[in-house]
Design a protein around this ligand. Structure first.
Ligand SMILES: CC(C)(COP(=O)(O)OP(=O)(O)OC[C@H]1O[C@@H](n2cnc3c(N)ncnc32)[C@H](O)[C@@H]1OP(=O)(O)O)[C@@H](O)C(=O)NCCC(=O)NCCS
Length: 180
């Protein structure tokens, strides 16, 4: 059964098992939840990294223009399935690209509805954060993500709005309610 957990040392071995796959991954899109973790492991700075995540959720020490975000890891038993981030609010840029929830699925779990299930679980967390609906975006070339997001919109209600374009990257944008 898949579950979302707060990043902690307890789950680090699960990530380390998936790390080589991530490093060999050709897909370099949306790696903000992954590359800094790989770097922290390799440089022996994991505690510092985890502290940065918990501070970031509280809005402490954020880079200019960043809003608080909750990072969650999706696990299947002791296997690492993916990393998710729920931003607590939008910025003008996140309205165009990024939205409220970012997802990155481990290579071997792709194409198995992992993102769909992970986002469903994130909707519960987003609701607890006070969000009635979340904006989901995906690159127009990412048809698997797009199908997933449309599926969530059908299930929970919501609406699709016009595609955006930032620096030549076009994104589909869909609002999804956090409760049915
Ligand atoms: C925006 C996104 C594409 C960028 O991902 P990334 O390459 O991993 O890079 P980062 O997470 O470091 O974020 C890059 C930019 O996103 C925005 N962003 C990310 N997190 C943010 C936050 N907490 N507050 C404000 N802006 C944020 C910023 O503009 C940031 O640029 P900056 O570092 O110069 O401030 C990715 O985070 C994302 O949200 N993708 C949405 C697609 C997706 O996952 N959809 C669901 C799939 S089903």
């Amino acid at each position: 059964m898949l579950k979302l957990v707060k990043p902690s040392r307890r789950y680090l071995d699960a990530f380390i098992k998936a790390m080589d796959d991530y490093k060999a991954d050709e897909n370099h899109y949306g790696r903000g939840g992954i590359d800094p973790l790989i770097q922290a492991i390799e440089e022996n700075r994991v505690d510092e990294y985890l502290k940065k995540l918990s501070d970031g959720a509280k809005g402490i020490g954020l880079k200019e223009g960043r809003v608080p975000g909750t990072r969650l890891w999706l696990l299947d038993g002791d296997e690492f399935v993916g990393s998710f981030e729920i931003r607590h609010r939008l910025t003008p840029k996140l309205e165009k690209i990024g939205g409220h929830i970012a997802a990155n699925i481990a290579p071997k779990y792709r194409g198995k509805y992992s993102s769909f299930i992970g986002i469903k679980l994130c909707l519960v967390e987003a609701n607890k954060l006070g969000l009635d609906r979340v904006l989901m975006t995906c690159d127009v070339n990412n048809s698997a993500s797009y199908r997933g997001i449309l599926g969530l919109m059908k299930l929970y209600g919501g609406e699709q709005i016009t595609d955006s374009e930032v620096d030549g990257v076009k994104s589909h944008r869909v609002w999804v309610n956090t409760k049915k």
